[in-house]
Write a protein that binds this ligand. Structure first.
Ligand code: SAH
Ligand code: SF4
Ligand code: F3S
Length: 474
């Protein structure tokens, strides 16, 4: 998760727990196998990767456990996106140290983006870490664990141009049996100047489209009702069939996955404003089960800042994209990521970010203040010159504005009826269900009859606030 407690540094970007995993997580069966415990931080890609890691370890004779104290191997899948994300990981390592002292022989492994960023420096900085594995080296994990058991600390942070783990069937961790992630590509070739991802995840590569469809088909056969196609920039998905030479683009892939089952919803994240095409919008419009929801991060509403950020679009281009989306899919919800206080941002330029939020009418946004990341273009070229208090006060302003807009948009949903996929009991009561509509809005409603998680129902909304809708089954 990005942050379990919304703070001024970041709000939202919390991976919904209900979206993780699948049925065959065997809860602590005493099967005599060695146990691994895994914690994930960061974006959905990381949560998806943890399921690949779990599958690789499963093949190597390990079983997953939710009990850290009873595990032989503690893994943490890390995020480097902002300084705070890395601090969270360091704090967790202190806790793991304690477990390790109580249970000598327990191994600690650091996976993911922070492992990639720090490489073997991790072993120098954190003495109790035994293994450091980057996002493209998970197949090597069993070997590295075997080495560590013999007392040899191991590092593999090799970044690959080919690895997509296409053949690995993820072990779904903590599943509600309804929603699953499917990773469709890895890495990122966009050099947004603030962003560490191209350095931690390497070059962009797309996964074999047939293995994506096969994974979706398998999920549908097991009763899943929703898949989310994941990539840092899904719109640049491009896979060439080596046999026919035919290239599959993202719009075509979306349709292939949508056609797996009309009963299974398809979502995707993240779209880049420069790459999303009309064909993607038509695919959404023409397929009821492709959800009317697009995460289209703007980052800033000011063209000069966007240029410094190397986003490769400007304000008018972004506005035209938003207009086009609402034109083709009038009831589409759009959400965003926004950064305040990027290098040299003036008060006036910050006002442009406020106005783009109003223009785009985001259903919600993930909002952050700028955090300089070592090695990025921005860190090398620009001074991080906006004082922290200013970054934070600008962030507060955009949070308030976004909340007002979310509240108004949700109020406009009162009286409407939506098709909702039941995800489980609401947080507050086992007499209520929670679920989402196509626009990705959470709706809470009283249970009725023998409806269950994974069923679709029609719910008429009667109440709203800035985060949720409430209604009744009709
Ligand atoms: N690939 C996605 C986003 C990946 S990172 C995209 O292009 O939109 C998720 C979000 O974290 C980004 O959209 C950005 O808003 C935020 N982010 C990335 N680097 C950051 C930094 N250095 N400081 C603050 N926020 C950052
Ligand atoms: Fe980072 Fe930009 Fe790539 Fe997104 S598109 S992961 S923000 S470099
Ligand atoms: Fe974080 Fe890496 Fe994702 S830096 S946001 S876990 S790609």
């Amino acid at each position: 998760m990005y942050n379990s407690n919304p703070t001024l540094e970041s709000v939202g970007k919390k991976v919904d727990e209900s979206k993780q995993g699948e049925v065959f997580f065997q809860e602590d069966t005493d099967d005599g196998r060695k146990k691994f415990y895994i914690e994930s931080y960061g974006c959905q890609m990381n949560f998806s990767d943890s399921e690949i890691v779990a599958s690789i370890l499963g093949e190597a004779g390990f079983s997953p456990t939710r009990n850290m104290e009873a595990s032989d191997l503690i893994l943490i899948n890390t995020c480097s996106i902002r300084e705070k994300a890395e601090q969270t990981v360091r704090k967790r390592l202190r806790i793991f140290d304690k477990v390790k002292k109580q249970r000598p022989g327990t191994l600690v492994g650091v996976l993911g983006c922070m492992a990639e960023r720090l490489k073997k420096k991790f072993l120098e900085e954190e003495k109790l870490v035994d293994i450091v594995v980057g996002p493209d080296a998970y197949r090597d994990l069993p070997g590295l664990v075997a080495g560590a058991e013999e007392g040899h600390k191991g590092v593999n942070v090799f970044l690959s141009r080919e690895e997509t783990y296409a053949d690995i069937s993820p072990m779904r961790l903590d599943s509600n049996g309804v929603s699953a992630f499917i990773s469709i590509m890895r890495g990122c070739d966009n050099m947004c100047s603030f962003c560490v991802v191209p350095y931690t995840r390497g070059r962009e590569r797309s996964r074999n489209a047939f293995t994506i469809v096969a994974e979706a088909t398998n999920l549908a056969e097991r009763g899943y009702k929703e898949v989310t196609l994941l990539g840092q920039n899904v719109d640049s998905f491009k896979w060439e069939n080596p046999e026919t030479g035919k290239v599959v683009n993202f719009a075509e892939l979306l349709i292939m996955v949508a056609e797996v089952s009309p009963d299974m919803r398809v979502r995707f994240s993240t779209s880049h404003p420069k790459d999303i095409t009309d064909d993607v919008l038509y695919a959404i419009r023409d397929h009821e089960n492709i959800c009317n929801y697009i995460h289209l991060p703007v980052q800033s509403g000011n063209s000069r800042i966007l240029k410094l950020m190397n986003r490769t679009y400007d304000r008018p281009w972004y506005e035209a994209k938003v207009k086009r989306i609402y034109e083709i899919i009038p009831d589409c919800a759009i959400s965003s990521d926004i950064i305040t206080g990027f290098c040299t941002e003036t008060e006036e330029e910050h006002q442009d970010t406020l106005s783009v939020i109003k223009f785009a009418r985001y259903s919600m946004s993930y909002m952050f203040f700028y955090s300089e990341r070592p090695g990025t273009l921005a860190a090398r070229k620009y001074e991080d010159d906006i004082p922290l208090e200013v970054k934070k006060s600008r962030l507060t302003e955009i949070i308030y504005l976004q909340n007002d807009i979310s509240r108004a948009l949700n109020a406009a949903d009162v009286g409407k009826t939506f098709k909702v996929l039941i995800e489980g009991d609401s947080k507050k009561s086992d007499k209520e269900f929670k679920g989402r509509n196509s626009q990705n809005k959470m709706i809470i409603f009283p249970k009725k009859g023998d409806l269950k998680t994974g069923d679709y129902v029609h719910v008429k909304v009667h109440t709203s606030n800035s985060a949720t809708l409430k209604g009744d089954i009709v």
